[in-house]
Design a protein. Structure first.
Length: 432
């Protein structure tokens, strides 16, 4: 789909720093919030009204619904040299955006226009660019991944808290399965989450997926990760068979019904739904396991990968004719008040430093811990292709998984294909 560029100039800045955008429209691209679609529409309307009151300009929101859609939006706009003025991107897509050279690099003047670099939590800047002098990503939200578990079911099974190893977690899931209950709720058809399990398990085993210019998706650690992930449903039977068609939000809804012990990958955003569910007051968060499947402890080259460095960054298109308006929008939505409002609605932690400090909830302690133990995915322009290749292995395996299980030979063939395509993408990125 070809995206339409916004017309007009950048808006006129006054002496007090406000921007006159009367008669102009700023185009903003964001991901669809599948968990809170109506709340997102309300938030968009609210920000549009506040932005118009400040600048006189209107906001036009465009959305993407999957990682593949996100990548396509970037590519078509960069090639056409027109499209959205501001992109809200998942942090793992920032390297791809950076590699295009099509987005504004944040120098002192640009940071000043959005309220200063010190407005942001330093940890949130960890994947804004390849180094602190070359950054395009302006932190908007922080979303470290954790597990949620049903404290009532855990107590009934004689369990205290989730295990810190993937093997230990599986043992617990088996104890939680039976009498109509399941050990885990997993969204196998989710567009974003399956690859995160593989990345974490592989990194914990000592295989970072990308090292230098070498991609290693054909590593035994990756094979073991997929076998573990698929095995929860097909071999271990600790996941509801219906999960083969679930997205993450559907898995969360199933967990919220009170018949599942562990929701193994979620964020603080789940609180808004779980606090209105059958398990309100009966759930807690915990770190995801940091010891790879088949291991009792991490090897010396293993990474304590509690979570990817996750959240959303805002980037401003270099082709935009509305750059001053774009920075005015970023300044508005990253202010303390707006960040706290966003947290209240959706649950994402603020990227605004003052906003983050003002949040105090004991239930979020493991989420904060996960943020400190988060690790950035490889900063390479090929990462979006690699991420999609990892997801496609799951997509291609769903028919077999639904009918009994994925054979080792089929998995090997898919990983070989993913390796070849990912290495080719990495080679191209290295030459750009």
């Amino acid at each position: 789909m070809m995206l339409t560029a916004c017309g007009g100039g950048s808006g006129t800045s006054s002496d007090n720093g406000t921007v006159d955008g009367k008669g102009k429209t700023l185009d903003v691209l964001v991901g669809v919030n599948t968990a809170y679609p109506e709340q997102q529409k309300t938030w968009m309307a609210d920000i549009d009204a506040k932005f118009k009151a400040q600048t006189g300009a209107d906001l036009k929101f465009e959305t993407f619904a999957s990682a593949n859609d996100e990548l396509t939006k970037i590519q078509t706009s960069v090639v056409a040299n027109e499209g959205p003025d501001v992109y809200g991107l998942g942090t793992t897509f920032t390297p791809t955006a950076y590699s295009t050279g099509a987005f504004v690099k944040m120098g002192d003047a640009e940071w000043a226009k959005v309220g200063g670099k010190d407005r942001f939590n330093p940890a949130a800047l960890g994947i804004s660019g390849p180094d602190d002098k070359n950054q395009i990503g302006i932190p908007f939200s922080s979303r470290p991944f954790v597990m949620a578990y049903n404290t009532e079911l855990f107590k009934a099974a004689g369990l205290d808290k989730p295990a810190s190893t993937w093997d230990g977690l599986l043992d617990q899931a088996k104890k939680l399965t039976g009498n109509g209950n399941y050990g885990m709720a997993v969204g196998y058809k989710d567009n974003f989450d399956p690859w995160k399990f593989v990345w974490a398990m592989s990194a914990e085993a000592g295989n970072p997926l990308v090292s230098g210019n070498k991609v290693s998706l054909d590593d035994p650690a990756v094979t073991k990760a997929y076998q573990t992930y698929f095995g929860w449903l097909s071999k271990d039977k600790v996941v509801d068979p219906a999960a083969i068609g679930w997205t993450n939000s559907q898995a969360m809804a199933a967990f919220g019904q009170g018949k599942t012990g562990i929701f193994p990958i979620t964020t603080a955003t789940a609180m808004n739904s779980l606090d209105k569910s059958a398990i309100a007051g009966k759930y807690a968060f915990a770190l995801m396991p940091t010891v790879a499947p088949g291991q009792a402890s991490r090897p010396s080259n293993g990474v304590e990968a509690a979570s990817i460095l996750s959240g959303d960054n805002l980037v401003v298109a270099d082709y935009s004719k509305n750059k001053d308006l774009a920075f005015a929008y970023v300044k508005l939505v990253t202010s303390k008040d707006e960040q706290l409002n966003y947290n209240k609605i959706f649950g994402d932690l603020p990227a605004n430093a003052e906003g983050l400090k003002s949040i105090s909830n004991p239930l979020l302690a493991p989420v904060t811990d996960a943020a400190t133990k988060s690790h950035a995915t490889p900063f390479t322009g090929a990462w979006s292709d690699i991420q999609l290749a990892l997801t496609n292995v799951v997509v291609q395996s769903l028919p077999e998984l639904s009918s009994g299980g994925v054979s080792d030979s089929a998995l090997a063939g898919r990983l070989k294909d993913a390796q070849t395509k990912s290495q080719a993408s990495q080679d191209r990125a290295g030459k750009s």
